[in-house]
Design a protein around this ligand. Structure first.
Ligand code: AMP
Length: 283
């Protein structure tokens, strides 16, 4: 496995691979890799010939009051995990390599970036789309793999790719969880053992919504209140939102449709903010 740290070398390597007919698959990450990232890399391996994993904690997707400086980093471990999972190249640039002091170009995907996650993190998605577009231009992938864990991010990336005509296939891989239901996240490392236990309430609340939705007789307000009760038993610091979303449009559902419902939530324990979601298929 090769480690590439500069943009030009990565672009040259990508060009060389493309010319030799190899299919490049990109897995963008912020590092501190876990089994969720590992599953994305495994998926990437079957989608192409060369798997590029980017490891870059992107400052433009963090607001000044967020956890950019304390975001967990362990590049040595990331290299081992990515290599064992089957990655061929790690792209690991510095912030200076990715952004000049004068950087002022951003991609804005509109209203959807201000809903749900965006209501609490209004500048987050423009940082995400901007860095992902840069990573696309640097690693020149045929396919890129994202996690359903960040459902809104995956939706917005697909929208960007479609509306800006990137010739890249976007694949979304399922959420990897611990046995107790807690979705794996690099940010779980912020949680104390007791908070980790309490945080299993997110999955319990999601499972409850699934049961209620599949029963068929409900209103969104009733299910939201029941989920809130389950979450409140875990003594969270704050429940940011519990949302019922049409995954085709990423708009909040008002009526109860046939087909698939995305239930998404964000909850804080202490200063740690966790997100999770569940896709529920109704016939
Ligand atoms: P991050 O390093 O947290 O920015 O995540 C990089 C990619 O891994 C994103 O596409 C995430 O959605 C995905 N990811 C993070 N956690 C998980 C998980 N538990 N299961 C599956 N994918 C995940």
């Amino acid at each position: 496995m090769r480690i590439v740290t500069d943009v030009l070398s990565m672009q040259r390597e990508a060009e060389r691979l493309r010319k030799s007919g190899q299919r490049i698959v990109l897995v963008p990450t912020m590092g501190y890799l876990h089994a969720g990232h590992e599953s994305l890399i495994s998926r990437a391996r079957v989608l192409g010939d060369v798997v590029v994993v980017s490891v870059f904690v992107n400052p433009t997707q963090f607001a000044p009051n967020e956890d950019y400086t304390r975001y967990p980093r362990d590049f040595k471990r990331d290299v081992e995990l990515a290599e064992n999972a089957g990655a061929h190249i790690i792209f690991h640039p510095s912030v200076e390599e990715m952004y000049t002091q004068q950087h002022s170009t951003f991609i804005d995907c509109g209203d959807v970036t201000q809903r749900f996650e965006g209501a609490f993190r209004p500048t987050h998605f423009r940082g995400v789309t901007t860095v992902v577009a840069k990573l696309f231009n640097i690693t020149r992938p045929h396919v890129a793999v994202f996690g359903q864990k960040d459902a809104q991010q995956a939706f917005i990336i697909k929208k960007m790719v479609s509306e800006l005509n990137f010739d890249i296939e976007i694949v979304v891989a399922p959420i990897v969880r611990e046995v107790n239901g807690l979705a794996l996240s690099s940010r779980n490392t912020y949680l104390s053992p007791a908070e980790r236990e309490r945080a299993t309430a997110l999955y319990r609340a999601l499972q409850h919504s699934k049961k209620r939705i599949l029963e068929g007789f409900f209103t969104w307000d009733v299910i939201r209140n029941e989920m809130r009760t389950i979450l409140e038993e875990s003594n969270p610091t704050q429940i940011d939102y519990i949302a019922f979303i049409d995954p085709a449009t990423f708009e909040e559902l008002t009526t109860v449709p046939q087909g698939t419902v995305l239930v998404a939530l964000a909850v804080r324990y202490g200063s740690t903010r966790l997100i999770d979601n569940l896709l529920i298929h109704r016939d």
